[in-house]
Design a protein around this ligand. Sequence first.
Ligand code: AMP
Length: 190
Amino acid sequence: MKNIIIFGAPGSGKGTYSDEIVKRYNMGHISTGDVLRGEIKNGTELGKVAKGYIDQGQLIPDDLMIDILAKVYDENEPGRGVIFDGFPRTIAQAEALKKMLAERGHEMGIMIELVVDEETLMTRLLRRAEIEGRADDNEETIKKRFEVYHQKTEPLAQWFEKEGIRHTFTWKGSKEQMLDEIFAGIEQLN
Ligand code: AMP
């Protein structure tokens, strides 16, 4: 199985679809958001630094993020495909990911872009706030995260386009339909 990068705005379903893909293809799963929340929960130094950025809806600095990613990637079972969820979020991170994988004789594989309208995203995130109580799921921080997404992350879609691995899936109101399309896409590309 190739590596997969799942890409999209906050609330676009990266975590949800990653879980389904991981189950179906028995892949490794690296969610940088989950890694950071774990560090915060454990009260580590990294967690303390990360919390300051996450609570403001800002990105953790690239250097720090790239080091964390390489460390977590190397803990994955060798030879097993990995789904990268929430990474890369900047061009610098994308370049670093490509380099890190090449150094290990690996490739990026497939980029899956989830496109969802902003009204649906906001509704989902506010609902998630009620269920999961994530500190950064409040209206003010969500708006900041959208802004950061548009500014720093969205331009990356073009970067993946140039790499020839961008595959876009647009929300049409049904999770099942989205999932069928994503699975069909992955199977065609593997
Ligand atoms: P997520 O769970 O993917 O929505 O991530 C939650 C928060 O963690 C983001 O709003 C960022 O503050 C931080 N974060 C997660 N992944 C990254 C990344 N690749 N680069 C920088 N910050 C990140």
